[in-house]
Design a protein around this ligand. Structure first.
Ligand SMILES: Cc1ncc(COP(=O)(O)O)c(C=O)c1O
Length: 400
């Protein structure tokens, strides 16, 4: 089926839905918090003062704009034109900081002085701990016990930045379980606490708010590509998807541009059919997780399937509602990349371009071995993070 994308809306509607996905499926106890945010987020984001502070911090603190780099040797190898959007060069090493800067400014304007967050790879935890230090606010980060072990450098960074890291001990002890703990905390602390969700997931308005903060990525790609290629639109935009925030930001200004094809890259773990994966678009069915209706990996009787990926940032059993909608309507092509394919693509980028990518981003890079592009195609890949946090995993995997 091909969809006429001119007739489709890929942004959130006034009810908080992307097509049939999204909404706010929350316990009554959370309603006041989520409703307060829903009523205020767009108003706050439109305030000139807010915009000024956000833009200034992105420039002077985060180091934006992040470069759009033409990867010459990688392009030669795959006989197409590959550009890397260098979110790895942001302060704290990933795209996550764009969103945490935005949300901490919202939280301050809502009078909150206690911040909680969930984290998988630790990048969002570090980005949250960073902005809390910057603003002098208390910070508690929930993180699965398994992730604490495989992302030890980020745990140390969060602690140095003054955050309390609380292990999540239930389920697969990864991102989903950390999110459950954070939601539990928010229910118990409804008045003074803001929950900084780190991906384009959660109840409305989170997916839209996070997407708007991350949309700076495609906003910059437009003028940067114009400088490089004389046109704002690439032929393809490519990003890996955990919950979907770097992808949402990379796609945002291209969602309604029919000449720009969208590729979403999920983690296939040990293989889509292995029972050890996080390939939600293939294995997922409509369900509710962490406050939104989306595609979700689940058993026939609706229990959430434990996800697996070598990458701590991608092993989430769902995708954000925008991405579920992009999958369902066929606007985005979803590809699944296995652990070993991602690891090899990561090492290849090191050797060809002198850039050590995060394992999450390596999944996006691995598509060039699976899909052939035309020599004239311009393909922009979101290099969502740097590989410093993954050094131990690379060392063990390649026996370096
Ligand atoms: C470097 C990096 N890329 C991608 C992701 C996946 O998150 P999202 O899908 O929200 O961009 C993470 C999550 O921790 C990450 O650290």
């Amino acid at each position: 089926m091909t969809t006429n994308i001119n007739n489709m809306n890929y942004n959130v509607n006034e009810k908080g839905y992307y097509g049939e996905f999204g909404g706010a499926y929350i316990p009554e106890m959370l309603y006041p918090n989520v409703e307060e945010l829903r009523q205020n987020y767009l108003k706050i984001m439109a305030e000139p003062d807010f915009k000024k502070e956000f833009d200034q911090l992105l420039k002077d603190y985060v180091g934006r704009p992040s470069p759009l780099y033409f990867a010459k040797r990688l392009s030669e190898k795959y006989n197409t034109k590959i550009y890397l959007k260098r979110e790895d060069l942001n302060h704290t090493g990933a795209h996550k900081i764009n969103n945490t800067i935005g949300q901490i400014l919202v939280a301050k304007r809502l009078g909150k002085h206690r911040i909680i967050a969930e984290t998988g790879a630790g990048q969002h935890g570090v980005a949250t701990a960073t902005v809390c230090a910057l603003m002098g606010l208390e910070c508690i980060v929930y993180m699965g016990e398994v992730d604490i072990a495989r992302q030890a450098p980020n745990v140390a960074r969060m602690k140095m930045l003054g955050a309390t890291v609380v292990p999540a001990l239930s389920g697969s002890r990864t991102l989903k379980d950390a999110t459950n703990e954070a939601i539990r905390d928010w229910i118990n602390n409804p008045v003074d606490t803001h929950y900084i969700i780190g991906s384009a997931i959660g109840p409305h308005p989170y997916p839209d708010m996070v997407t708007r903060f991350q949309s700076v990525i495609s906003q910059e790609i437009k003028w940067q590509l114009k400088e490089h290629e004389g046109r704002e639109n690439p032929d393809y935009v490519v990003a890996c998807i955990g919950g979907g925030s770097n992808a949402a930001g990379t796609y945002y200004h291209y969602l309604h541009e029919p000449d720009v094809k969208i590729i979403a890259v999920e983690a296939a773990g040990l293989g889509v059919d292995s029972g050890e994966s996080a390939a939600t678009s293939v294995l997922g069915k409509e369900g509710i997780i962490h406050g939104c209706k989306t595609l979700l990996m689940q058993t026939p009787d609706g229990q959430i399937t434990e996800p697996y990926s070598i990458s701590a940032g991608l092993d989430y059993p769902g995708v954000g509602p925008m991405h579920a909608h992009l999958a369902k309507t066929g606007r985005a092509e979803f590809m699944s990349i296995k652990d070993d394919e991602a690891m090899n693509a990561g090492l290849e980028l090191c050797k060809l371009e002198g850039i050590i990518p995060a394992i999450e981003s390596s999944h996006a890079l691995a598509i060039f071995d699976q899909k052939t592009f035309k020599p004239t195609d311009v393909v922009v890949v979101s290099l969502s993070g740097r590989g410093d946090k993954d050094l131990q995993n690379y060392i063990e995997y390649f026996k370096i």
